[in-house]
Design a protein around this ligand. Structure first.
Ligand SMILES: O=c1nc[nH]c2c1ncn2[C@H]1C[C@H](O)[C@@H](COP(=O)(O)OP(=O)(O)OP(=O)(O)O)O1
Ligand SMILES: [Mg+2]
Length: 199
C-alpha cells in the first residue's frame, strides 16, 4: 500500500485532511501517528518557506511523499499580522491566548475595518520528484467581537463568514472544507498531484 504523510501535529488540520484527502490507493498518516517525531523549528518568514521546511524534514526522515501545511491569519487593520506568526502570536502555541490577544489588539476597531483572511500554503515533497508541488488557498472573513462556536481550532471561533452568518467554528468539518483556505488549497492539490508524483 502506498503511503502519504501529512507533516502536521495539529489534530484540527489532520482531521480536515483526512476527511477529504483520502483514497483507496494510499494510506494517509500524520505526525500524530509518530508522537516521538521531534519538534520542527519553523524558522521561515513566509508560509511557503515554513511549509517547505516541514515537508522536507519529514520526507528526509521517512523517505516517503509528504504534504505540509503552513497557514495563518492576516488581519488588515493589523497590517497583515499575525500572519506567519499566527501560532505563536501570544507567546507559545495556545489558541485561547492567541484569540484573546487578537481581540485585545482589535479593541475599538469597528466591524467594517475588521476584515481578514486565512491563508494556507501546501507543499508536497516527494523523494522521487526534484521539485515540490506548491499551492495556496485563502478565505476572506471578518474578525468577530467575541468567540462563537466549538468546532474547528485556532482562530476559528473569531473568524466570521458574513455570507453564512456563522463563524468558522460553527461549521462541520465538511462545511469548513468546502470554503476554507485549507479546503481551497487541497482542491487545487487534488487537481495536480497525481500527474506530478513519481511513485
Ligand atoms: O483553519 C484554521 N482555523 C483556525 N486557525 C487556523 C487555521 N489555519 C491556521 N490557523 C492559525 C492557527 C494555527 O495555530 C496557525 C497555524 O500555524 P502552523 O504552524 O501552520 O500550524 P500548527 O503549528 O498548528 O501545526 P503544524 O505546524 O504541526 O502543522 O494559524
Ligand atoms: Mg506549526
Amino acid at each position: 500500500m502506498k503511503e502519504i504523510i501529512i507533516a502536521t501535529k495539529n489534530p484540527g488540520k489532520a482531521r480536515e485532511f483526512k476527511r477529504v484527502f483520502d483514497d483507496q490507493e494510499f494510506t494517509l498518516k500524520t505526525l500524530l501517528d509518530f508522537p516521538d517525531f521531534p519538534e520542527i523549528r519553523e524558522t521561515g518568514t513566509t508560509f511557503k518557506e515554513n511549509a517547505t521546511i516541514k515537508a522536507h524534514a519529514v520526507m528526509e526522515r521517512f523517505n516517503l511523499p509528504v504534504i505540509a501545511d503552513d497557514s495563518g491569519l492576516e488581519v488588515r487593520a493589523l497590517y497583515g499580522q499575525p500572519g506567519v506568526y499566527s501560532a505563536r502570536y501570544a507567546g507559545d502555541h495556545n489558541d485561547a491566548a492567541n484569540n484573546a490577544k487578537l481581540l485585545s489588539e482589535l479593541g475599538g476597531v469597528p466591524k467594517e475595518k475588521r476584515d481578514a483572511r486565512f491563508v494556507s500554503t501546501l507543499v508536497f515533497a516527494n523523494p522521487k520528484n526534484e521539485e515540490d508541488l506548491v499551492v495556496e488557498g485563502e478565505v476572506k472573513g471578518i474578525i468577530a467581537q467575541f468567540p462563537q462556536g466549538d468546532d474547528g481550532f485556532g482562530y476559528d471561533p473569531l473568524f466570521y463568514l458574513p455570507e453564512l452568518g456563522k463563524t468558522m467554528a460553527e461549521l462541520s468539518v465538511d462545511e469548513k472544507n468546502q470554503i476554507s483556505h485549507r479546503g481551497n488549497a487541497i482542491k487545487k492539490l487534488e487537481k495536480q498531484w497525481q500527474d506530478w508524483i513519481n511513485w
